[in-house]
Design a protein around this ligand. Structure first.
Ligand code: KG4
Ligand code: ZN
Length: 343
């Protein structure tokens, strides 16, 4: 019979992630990360200029067993040592999620350990616990990924307040669209960053912020349109554009408001610690400016290593620990969800 779990103080949790184009497995013991394995289908997806859901699902089917076996082996453990299986059940591509979720269900059942269903975004928020054993709420988090952009107040391990969010596109989405306009290959974000490195911020694109709004609101659609218009107008006039300057100017307009509002929020709340998560927080310009701004404001910044900012299973295992401690175990009947509210 499935159930009657032994609850431990420092459980070994296997995390599994398959929401988009990365199949990932990782093991934590308590907050300590023991292994982190990622097999990505990004190079296959690059041929199509973006993620093709069926290719992603098939790649997960091929890789899910491999990442689980390697994550457990790299941790120096066997499957008998695993105390819980944490898996992303949403948000993401439905077919892709179902591969990881179904695998995790079978494994949890076979090992007779709790199944923990993790909201992918909560995973991004919990990545910070992997790089600081001392980190405890309350703190302010900058979340910037391909689907979400927000500043949050983490009040306790399981209570969050969204202080401000994007009212249209996500920051990562804007990076990916600008990459397309500049004919840069998939994945867009890292290639825009690379192109920006040798550019100057000389083009006055609008900031990704709704000015004079009562609540803090970011906006990427105006910025994205400004970049598209700039490129099209230059092409119509037969003028050559400097893609490095475009990328650099865009990057600043996209990131400066995120950094400013994150620091401003922490100061306003009197919270002393700032964390960050999501693929866009792997951006070098963001990392440097957030570090400098926090230092100037006397705030402690807990910034996960880049590999824990983009999609990975370490963050899923980390959030798995939060849910394990809260006793939030999922039934084996749980289904995948393409959309889940932010927190
Ligand atoms: O968190 P993530 O890996 O997946 C989602 O949950 O969405 O974020 C992916 C997003 C993509 O839009 C990607 O272009 C962006 O993060 N990204 C970056 C960088 N690395 C990834 N954006 C800017 N600079 C980067 N270095
Ligand atoms: Zn993600």
């Amino acid at each position: 019979m499935y159930g009657n779990f032994k609850i431990k103080e420092n459980p070994c949790i296997l995390g599994l992630e398959s929401s988009c184009d990365e199949t990932a497995g990782a093991v934590v013991r308590g907050r300590k990360i023991l292994s982190n394995v990622i097999i990505s289908s990004a190079s296959e997806q690059a041929k199509y200029g973006g993620v093709v859901p069926e290719i992603a699902s098939r790649a997960h089917t091929d890789a899910v067993n491999k990442v689980a076996v390697k994550a457990v082996a790299d941790a120096g453990l066997t499957f008998k040592d695993i105390d819980a299986v944490a898996v992303t059940y949403g948000a993401g591509l439905l077919g892709a999620l179902l591969v990881g979720l179904s695998f995790a269900k079978s494994l949890a059942y076979t090992l007779n350990v709790p199944l923990i269903a993790v909201n992918h975004i909560r995973g991004h928020l919990s990545a910070s616990y992997l790089c600081s054993e001392e980190l405890e709420p309350p703190y302010v988090t900058l979340l910037a990924s391909g689907g979400h952009t927000a500043v949050l107040h983490t009040k306790s391990y399981t209570e969050f307040e969204v202080l401000g969010a994007t009212c249209d596109d996500a920051a990562g989405e804007a990076f990916d669209k600008v990459a397309r306009v500049l004919s840069l290959p998939y994945p867009g974000g890292p290639n825009v960053q690379k192109t920006a490195e040798t550019g100057k911020p000389v083009i006055p694109f609008p900031q990704a912020l709704v000015k004079n709004s009562r609540n803090m609101q970011f906006s990427y659609s105006g910025l994205k349109t400004a970049v598209i218009n700039y490129c099209h107008n230059s092409a119509q006039k037969g003028e050559e554009i400097n893609i490095h300057d475009v990328a650099c100017s865009f990057q600043r307009s996209a990131i400066d408001p995120l950094v400013a509002k994150t620091v401003e929020s922490a100061l306003k709340l009197g919270v002393k610690t700032v964390t960050a998560g999501g693929g866009v927080t792997a951006n070098d310009y963001l990392r440097t400016s957030l570090s400098q701004a926090c230092q100037k404001a006397g705030l402690k910044l807990i910034l996960p290593e880049k590999v824990y900012c983009t999609d990975n299973a370490g963050m899923i295992a980390s959030e798995g620990l939060v849910q394990y401690k809260a006793g939030n175990f999922a039934p084996l009947s749980i289904n995948a969800q393409a959309h889940i509210p932010l927190v």
